[in-house]
Design a protein around this ligand. Structure first.
Ligand SMILES: [Zn+2]
Length: 85
């Protein structure tokens, strides 16, 4: 199954989130569990109102920002400044 920015890997029990950076067009990706992937997809469809922080509490702020805005880690540093956490 392939969604807008998520590719499911049922055999591995996980999925890849992939976004193209709006600034430099570099593609960034990270792995989430199948459950997390479905929560992201439901959120995209407006079927839940969870925040990305609630869906991916164990991922880094950089990864959550990739999901939200697509900015690659390098451009995030330029736009938002260094990660303080
Ligand atoms: Zn970038």
């Amino acid at each position: 199954m392939k969604f807008d920015k998520i590719t499911m890997h049922p055999e591995a029990g996980n999925a890849t989130v992939c976004r193209e950076c709006p600034m430099c067009k570099k593609k960034s990706h990270f792995i989430v569990t199948t459950k997390e992937a479905w929560e992201i997809i439901d959120r995209t469809r407006g079927l839940n109102t969870k925040s990305v922080q609630d869906i991916l509490p164990n991922h880094t702020p950089t990864e959550r920002e990739i999901l939200l805005s697509g900015f690659c880690p390098r451009c995030q540093e330029e736009v938002f400044g260094k990660d303080e956490g």
